[in-house]
Design a protein around this ligand. Sequence first.
Ligand code: UT7
Length: 337
Amino acid sequence: MSAPAAVLAGLGTHVPRRVVTNDDLTRSLDTSDEWIVQRTGIRQRHWSDPGVATSDLAVEAGHRALKSAQVDAPGDIGLLVVATSTPDRQVPATAPEVAARLGLGTVAALDVGAGCSGFVYALATASAALVAGHAERVLVIGAETFRPYLDPADRTTAVIFGDGAGAVVLRRGTTDEAGALLGFDLGSDGTLHDLVVIPGNGSRPRSTDRALAPEDQYLRMNGREVFPHAVRRMAQSSSAVLATAGWDLDQVDHVVGHQANLRILYALARQLGVDPERVVTHLEQVGNTSAASIPLALADAAAQDRFRLGDRLLLTSFGAGLTWGSAVLTWPGTTPA
Ligand code: UT7
């Protein structure tokens, strides 16, 4: 039986023009193209130029998503959710400025901070607002500017992260429509909050008299420890969301996982028992773009004509927090802008 649901109506992306290859990084870091490709699958990433912040990328992707959804009147959007771990500033949130620059007027606008799971968390937030009748259309943007947070001397993070933004327009529709979001599973384990962290940001470091060292502003990640949690949590969350939607794994046409590491994506596929051919990968081109990674991967696969109208998609993500989140939807045949 059909019920109210959020339906994907438009998709847009933006990455900074500057491409940084693995070989570029070998000039300043003790690393190699071979190590990065073998251990992560990443071949290049895009980094923002000095002066470019997350809202700049978010506005570009937002414009394109609105165009893709053929939304002309700004008043048609009733809520803007920006998922990011790299907001322009700690106060205020980034979303209101993005809304103003997109011409969305006095729309409700908030940031969601859930690390690399931020986009799926933001989708769930938007979907709930639509189903509850708080809005007819919602713009959801995942956007990150990691370059300023990467320690140029830290080869364990500098080779991994990239900048970019991806946005979707969701509209209020019904579960039987192509594009309907049919279920979510979200979770967290804050006992492991220190595995991926920017130690110098926020009230915790500022609550002490200790002077902050410049290095405290950089992102730190214990990748080796995070890895097995990522595989396990995304596998569990995927199974949970499939159970919610009443789908079997063999009905899933495409798995669009958070693009952190090819080895994680293929370990996830093994754990789930999914043919690796059904796993969408995009990190080769953009690295780990955190909250932007799933919409960027969706748009890339759609641009390559990988999805057919009505295909069943499983989205699954994992990140700092620790957080994880999964969603299932059918493909609406949207052309990304
Ligand atoms: O997106 C949010 C969530 N994050 C994740 O899901 C990330 C999960 N973790 C990972 O993707 C992987 O752990 C990394 C790609 C970050 C690292 O790969 P790894 O296979 O786990 O490497 P490792 O940390 O175990 O390091 C292996 C070796 C170490 O040397 P020793 O101790 O064996 O001598 C590192 O120092 O590789 C060394 N290493 C590097 N060597 C060359 C670490 N980074 C580099 C590098 N180039 N860039």
